[in-house]
Design a binder for this molecule. Structure first.
Ligand code: ADP
Ligand code: ZN
Length: 524
């Protein structure tokens, strides 16, 4: 077998096999390893699970001197070092949480050159006494993991990372590798600028073909969630919510419905959180309902689904969070419930913040996320384009591809809604309009005599969810607006006139209420 011969002749592949037991490099690993061994700075952008660690672990063994790995997460450091020690690589970590004797021992090993890899937190690395210590040692390179933390464009800015910009000044000749799983064009540029490098860049593919993306209009979130999880039959999953209060609510409701669910957010004690995390990792707990505090560094390969109960903060965050599903390469689901009103709510929050560059960043992120959620084209294409990756063909494994949005002549239903809004004096919110349309006999309707209106009950043949979706589309199309300053009352815009007069055919999208089940194309 000639390829086997080739492998055995190539020293890099030999080391990969000998030390780590892998037969071949993954996409991009070899190029990065060769570049850094030649002394070049590198920027490595690979999706989570893509094999970033190997890009510095193998060179660390091949190069002269010590490799420093900067990592923001103490738990992750320990895991990595443990597995390196198991494969016989001399590695250690230094951080603020370890006992003093342990850190003294690490410093001793350092002095005697007994270590190949040392993991440190950024603040530990940049302590002046430690920098001084390093300046007297032979150094192979610096690897900066989760490098997006240095950038305000990233989804997880950490001030202690910003100081890493000093490294190139202290150690101009030591190659520097920045690694991250999430970085759009702006984040990439900002990482390089802040670190002061013009690196060789590796951009691995971000596609996760085994994840099926679905965005459903949020109409009756509790039912939609229940339906989705029931179909999952006890699989492991994560449900992200935007607030602690919501996390508690949803977790409690799921437990009442008989699901095996735990909650996780920063308002809980360390122990409570550890118990939930551990239960999830060891498959004692099927579901974790969480804020974004949960997940970074969670290494669980059989997460079968990730639900976004509320809109994520940005496309990067969405990609990162959904990326926790299906690390084992088997089919997995990313399911998002989308309420267009959330966009307005978040926009309103941002408007209240201090004007300046950070505010612009937030607006940009929100707009990108809104564009993703509202897209009528293949979700994967939108996502990959966001990361500047070309994707020429629709994927066949997202809700849009599997069940393309259908259009229908919605002129009559639009007229019903618009005239109902008009009869109500343009002074009532969405729910009241729907109540009247559907002929409800609820007190707020009867008390105001709205059951006497000619539009009362003209829409009783359709569901609440249906009318909600139609009204949202009318708002989206500019025919009506919601007046935030007047209790979210809906009013008509001039564009509504031709529709009301029957002069215009209005095509609407069929509401995407149902879940798609059992239509999966197998991912290859
Ligand atoms: P990342 O840091 O990019 O999320 P890791 O470095 O943790 O990913 O790698 C993910 C998994 O892939 C690990 O279990 C790692 O051992 C494995 N891996 C890395 N490189 C290879 C390779 N060339 N062949 C097979 N498995 C690999
Ligand atoms: Zn698609």
């Amino acid at each position: 077998d000639p390829s086997a011969l080739e492998v055995s002749q190539d020293p890099l592949s030999q080391r990969l096999a000998q030390v780590f037991g892998y037969r071949a490099f993954r996409d991009g690993q070899r190029e990065v390893i060769e570049r850094v061994c030649a002394g070049e700075d590198c920027l490595v952008i690979m999706p989570t699970g893509g094999g970033k660690s190997m890009c510095y672990q193998l060179p660390a063994l091949l190069m002269e001197g010590l490799t420093l790995v900067v990592s923001p997460l103490i738990s992750l450091m320990k895991d990595q070092v443990d597995s390196l020690l198991q494969t016989g690589v001399a590695a250690a970590y230094l951080n603020s949480s370890q006992p003093r004797e342990q850190s003294l021992e690490v410093l001793r090993q350092l002095r005697f050159g007994e270590l190949k890899l040392l993991y440190v937190s950024p603040e530990r690395l940049l302590r002046p006494d430690f920098i001084e210590r390093l300046q007297s040692l032979p150094l192979a390179m610096f690897a900066i993991d989760e490098a997006h933390c240095i950038s305000q464009w990233g989804h997880d800015f950490r001030p202690e990372y910003a100081a890493l910009g000093q490294l190139k000044q202290y150690f101009p000749h030591v190659p520097l590798m920045a690694l991250t799983a999430t970085a759009d064009q702006a984040t990439r540029a900002s990482i390089c600028e802040r670190l002061g490098i013009t690196p060789y860049s590796l951009l691995a593919s971000f596609d996760r073909p085994n994840i099926r993306y679905t965005v459903a209009e949020k109409l009756n979130a509790a039912n939609q969630l229940r339906q989705f999880i029931t179909a999952q039959k006890g699989n492991s999953g994560i449900i992200y919510c935007s607030s602690r209060r919501r996390v508690d609510e949803v977790a409690e409701r799921l437990r009442q419905q008989g699901f095996n669910a735990g909650a996780y957010h920063a308002g809980m004690t360390q122990e409570e959180r550890a118990t939930v995390q551990d239960g999830f990792l060891k498959d004692r707990l099927d579901i974790v309902v969480a804020t974004v505090a949960f997940g970074m560094g969670i290494n669980k390969s059989n997460v079968r689904y990730v639900v976004h109960y509320d809109i994520p903060k940005s496309v990067e965050a969405y990609y990162q969070e959904t990326g926790r599903a299906g690390r084992d390469g088997l089919d997995a689901e990313a399911f998002m419930l989308f309420d267009p009103a959330d966009i307005g709510r978040v926009r309103h929050l941002i408007e209240q913040s201090e004007p300046g560059p950070q505010q612009q960043v937030e607006f940009h992120k929100l707009n990108s996320m809104a564009a993703f959620a509202e897209a009528q084209t293949c979700r994967r294409q939108v996502l990959l384009h966001y990361f500047d990756e070309s994707a020429l063909e629709p994927c066949g494994n997202c809700d849009i591809c599997l069940d393309p949005p259908k259009r229908y002549d919605g002129s009559q239903d639009a007229q019903k809604v618009l005239s109902c809004i008009y009869r109500l004096g343009q002074r009532f919110g969405i729910n009241h309009v729907i109540e009247v349309l559907r002929g409800a006999k609820a007190a707020p309707v009867l008390d105001r005599g709205h059951d006497k209106l000619t539009t009362w009950g003209i829409g009783k043949d359709k569901s609440h969810e249906y009318w909600l979706s139609v009204i949202r589309q009318l708002i989206h199309l500019g025919l009506a607006s919601q007046d935030i300053s007047r209790g979210s009352a809906i009013r008509l815009n001039p564009a509504a006139r031709p529709v009301l007069r029957g002069e215009l055919v209005l095509m609407l999208a069929e509401p995407r209420i149902q879940l798609i089940t059992g239509k999966r194309r197998t991912s290859q």
